[in-house]
Ligand binder design. Sequence first.
Ligand code: NAD
Length: 368
Amino acid sequence: MNTPSLLVLAGDGIGPEVMAEVKRIITWFGDKRDLAFDVSDDLVGGAAYDAHGTPLHDDTMAKAQEVDAVLLGAVGGPAYDDLDFSLKPERGLLRLRKEMDLFANLRPAQCFDALADFSSLKKDIVSGLDIMIVRELTSGSYFGEPRGIFVENGERVGINTQRYTESEIDRVARSAFELARRRNNKVCSMEKANVMESGVLWREVVTAVHAADYPDVELSHMYADNGAMQLVRNPKQFDVIVTDNLFGDILSDCAAMLTGSLGMLPSASLGAPMENGRPKAMYEPVHGSAPDITGQSKANPSACILSFAMALRYSFDQGDEAARLENAVQSVLAKGIRTADLMQADGGKAVSTSEMGDAILAELDASL
Ligand code: NAD
């Protein structure tokens, strides 16, 4: 098989800082595990706007469609706050998601034992937590028409439309069931079928997909408001949660924070399989460009590194190598090596971004 290709879009703020560490990890896998990648770089967000006057150049978009996977750092920053909506850095990200049709957003919420104290919840509730939220990413309230602010009877009305087709629900449900089979074989589907027709359809389609093709997976349904409550009451009851774009936006942030720090949270956005069988895919940390710490070597590269681990698992079928990388991050934390975002008030000295990279590479070496 050809060398797999990666397009690296480091973006703005701490994006390039954390991505520099990911690139060292990628090189390590090429050198030490015979797992080489053909890596190319390009611009996105404010960096692309500065160079081309657009947050994503058409050539970059075309490259993203051709590669096996895209790795993205972060976009945005105060310098771009006053730009027209269509030119804002985030539009680059949205264009990638939309044109690659990345309909399934995977957000793991995993609590590394060494970080259980960072959760706002009690340690025994989160320690050992390992759940995955699958959020539908390309439809629902954020895209449905009609949308806009209109004038009716002399006053303004703001309108967004929650709209889902059967096929949109079907494909994201399949992603969730497939994932569950590779994990603990349980899916909980969340909607508001009690008050929303789109929720009624969601529940019907998920149930039908399950009955037809995934009867071996345990399926349950929950109203999304109860889901939010259960996530903070007893999150370990879940394995995979599948939900729509709007509820998923909120529930995945809630689940993520169970684990403590933005600097630790990876994500994957997957679309339909390409000709070579790999899904269209983009991997990125959940955090933004962190302008408050940009250029200070304080950023935690773990979220971006763990996003690459997701790429190994979901794009390149290298689950064992993904686990090797995740274990390396876990071992570093267990040794008390931390970036500033993970220091307790009374903690010791924080390491820099590249020192965190050094420590993870040392653990990878030790794993051989
Ligand atoms: P943010 O995630 O950039 O930062 C929030 C807080 O978390 C900050 O205090 C920051 O220092 C800290 N933080 C974030 N990542 C960290 C890391 N890896 N290591 C250590 N600390 C980290 O969110 P924000 O401040 O609301 O947004 C800043 C900019 O990023 C805005 O322009 C926003 O639009 C953009 N943004 C982009 C994305 C993305 O690219 N996917 C996501 C969210 C926000």
